[in-house]
Design a binder for this molecule. Structure first.
Ligand SMILES: [Zn+2]
Ligand SMILES: [Zn+2]
Length: 145
């Protein structure tokens, strides 16, 4: 597997206050090198060789989410995916509903939290949002024509 030269998983773990374990290092490397969010099933498969079961992988992932290292996404029905976000800009995703292709796009709406809060009756402060787009990718559009 190709490794990114500048990525130091143990350092990221230590900076976030984690103990460096083979699973955490491997998990972070896999997530960091992935060009798109990965479903839990894939992460469990890719970390099998360090002897982790899925419960341990889930626990490690939730801890990463809490520290803002990875983001948890629901891009497919009944499937949770994780994406490395530390040091990356704010992105949203577009998912092709025919072939499952996922693309990250640097796009958001201006003042999205203030606008949402203005529409809300019960909330004064909105801090985060999760917004995904679904459609048809270019390849699939061509295939049906
Ligand atoms: Zn497609
Ligand atoms: Zn956004």
């Amino acid at each position: 597997m190709k490794k990114s030269a500048s990525f130091d998983a143990p350092e990221v773990l230590q900076d976030a206050g984690f103990k460096v374990t083979p699973l955490r290092v491997l998990l972070l490397e896999v997530l960091h090198d992935a060009p798109k969010p990965l479903p839990v099933s894939v992460l469990v498969r890719k970390t099998k060789r360090v002897g982790a079961d899925s419960a341990t992988v889930y626990r490690a992932l939730s801890a990463f989410v809490e520290k803002g290292i990875v983001k948890c996404l629901s891009l497919e029905k009944d499937k949770t995916s994780y994406e490395y976000i530390l040091g990356k800009g704010h992105v949203h995703h577009v998912v092709c509903d025919s072939c499952g292709t996922i693309e990250s796009i640097s796009f958001c709406m201006r003042n999205i939290h203030a606008s949402a809060a203005a529409k809300s009756k019960q909330f004064k402060l909105i801090k985060e949002h999760s917004l995904e787009f679904f459609g048809t990718c270019r390849k699939c559009v061509r295939a049906v024509r």
